[in-house]
Design a protein. Structure first.
Length: 245
């Protein structure tokens, strides 16, 4: 089954998604021997779905207790919505939503789409480690071997390694273009004017590309694909949106 992940957020809401991966080599005392196909009871807006029917080993997790603890957590005033998935022995054993996507919004269910956010870091790191173990790449490889658009000051992309990238040692600016995801504005549905307040990068569009620096003003018409690449200094940009032609 596919797990789609996107965070529907609100400035007043506390939402989250947890994905727990468990490999059960031994049993834990007091743990449930069989994961429940359906939780004993569900809060309003919470749904637990039956998972796989394939034979499974006894669980090391008491899912009834886990469900109770999560429902207690949702009673805290700051909590609005939460989704939890547990993968045990390669199978999804627990998948449930709690609360709402925003205060007063739709209930969180197993079908709610969340943004990956920082969960993607662990997934990417695990997959790259597997490729390294298979000899298909090395953590000591320069990142320029795999990324043709990333440029670092002084050509450092030729020296910085895959391991440096995974351990956050390159100095890349954080949360790039997060506002594009959170403010609900489609960056290609309207004309845009970018005013660069600080930082240096390259803006690449379908009709051309340009180096940008503090004071640069760039117009991109509606519908034209574009992106900032080769960011060598933290970028702060004022964006003005207008109706398309």
């Amino acid at each position: 089954m596919a797990l789609r992940i996107r965070l529907i957020s609100s400035s007043l809401a506390v939402l989250g998604l947890a994905l727990v991966v468990v490999g059960s080599a031994s049993q834990s005392s007091g743990a449930s021997r069989d994961a429940p196909q359906q939780a004993a009871s569900a809060d309003s807006g919470s749904v637990t779905v039956p998972i796989v029917d394939a034979p499974r080993r006894p669980s090391v997790i008491n899912y009834v207790s886990l469900d109770q603890r999560l429902r207690e957590l949702m009673r805290e005033q700051a909590m609005v919505g939460l989704a939890v998935g547990v993968v045990e022995d390669g199978q999804i054993r627990f998948l449930k939503g709690y609360g709402e996507t925003t205060a007063g919004g739709d209930p969180v269910t197993p079908e709610t789409v969340f943004r990956w956010a920082s969960l993607s870091k662990g997934v990417a790191g695990e997959l790259i480690a597997k490729l390294a173990a298979q000899g298909r790449l090395s953590l000591e490889d320069p990142i320029a071997r795999y990324s043709y658009s990333l440029r670092l000051p002084g050509g450092a992309e030729q020296r910085a390694t895959v391991g440096d990238l995974l351990s956050h040692q390159l100095g890349l600016f954080a949360h790039a273009n997060d506002s594009k995801l959170e403010d609900g504005q489609d960056p290609h549905a309207s004309d845009e004017i970018y005013v660069v307040l600080r930082g240096r990068a390259r803006l690449v569009a379908a009709t051309g590309e340009a180096e940008v620096r503090p004071g640069s003003v760039v117009f991109v018409p509606a519908g034209e694909e574009h992106s900032f690449t080769d960011v060598t200094e933290d970028l702060s940009v004022l964006v003005v949106f207008g109706p398309g032609a």
